[in-house]
Design a protein around this ligand. Sequence first.
Ligand SMILES: Cc1cc2nc3c(=O)[nH]c(=O)nc-3n(C[C@H](O)[C@H](O)[C@H](O)COP(=O)(O)O)c2cc1C
Length: 395
Amino acid sequence: MPPAALMDFAEMRQAARRRLPRAIFDYIDRGTEAETAIPALRHGFDSRRIVQRALCDATTPDMSAEVLGRRHPHPIIIAPTALAGLIRYNGEIGMARAAGRAGLPYCAATQASTRIEEIREGAPQAALWFQLYPWRDREETFRLMDRVRDLGIDTLLVTVDTPGSPKKVHNLRNGFSIPLRPNLKLGLDLLRHPGWTLGVMGRYWMTRGLPSFDNYPGEVRTAITRSVSDPRFALETDFRADLMKAIRNRWPGRMIIKGIQHPGDAETALRLGADGVVISSHGGRNLDSLAMPLSVLPEIRAAVGGRLLILADSGVRRGSDIAKLIGAGADAVLAGRAFLWALAAGGEQGVVRMAELLQDELRGFMAFSGMASLADLRRARWIDELPLWQSSPRG
Ligand SMILES: Cc1cc2nc3c(=O)[nH]c(=O)nc-3n(C[C@H](O)[C@H](O)[C@H](O)COP(=O)(O)O)c2cc1C
């Protein structure tokens, strides 16, 4: 189906499911432990309702958002995701190009399968950000940051919410792990999805070799069938002030700390000189029991609102979800899977389409609820009504 014919997140996800091998679909789609966090996020959004203002005109709401001194036409940012290049050939470049066309910032990941230099070159128009997973070796981390700085990228997101490997039984059962260990199940999975196997993996094989964490320096970069064994490039798990101050001192641009839930941590981020925070439960991918951003945002806004940029993510599928996160205290919102499904379903064009859909849905939500601007969403009356039904499969 052409991307223009896909109408919402659920249809994008469905189209992605047909195209992607099961192991990759599950890697993106699923959660951790008993996988209760993802339905809980959905339940949280579905339960929250807005009290409509009707005696007004909000038919053309102002959806623009101020993000660190720049006004963006929409409050949406494409979240950093590892290995997006596994979804489409040169997927990260396609994502960045689409972001440029749609007018959204795109945050490329440390664990991308395309070097940040190539993404920059392939999408010169895009507002590109970079997500940093600090490595154990500080000098190597600085070298990576310097490469990013030298490209003129001025916004660094430092992710601090993943101090270990989340428990994901489904990945192991599907044979999806890094290093990738080919097995019969994975082999059959690939045979059932020849479009992906030939069009993505086959093309890599023929041109640049199997995908890898391409931002890692040459001598440690390995295909996804081998693990990064050099301990200097293990992901840092100690995020105390010493490291964060060192990153702050080294990075001349805007620094945003991703993966904050506690107002005390938001205050620490402010003291450390961060410009913003991302309130996140990592899309329900790290720990089932983490709080939902929707629940913790009001306290964070009370603590640091107006002094720190407050971004939020996790579980965004529709424009109404974006409105609810902004209503709870976010200045703008990131979405991960929505754009990954779109990339799988329709490549660059699919991502542009997803951006349009989210914008249209947000516009509709604001018009129907009588909200003329994003600030109105924060002044609105919201109520939580527990739905007595299950979330519909259309999400
Ligand atoms: C497949 C996948 C890979 C991800 N990889 C990263 C990563 O490398 N770094 C990071 O900070 N967050 C990563 N995330 C988390 C996203 O940045 C974001 O917080 C999350 O996807 C938001 O939830 P959503 O997918 O429901 O929108 C990843 C998410 C997904 C789905």
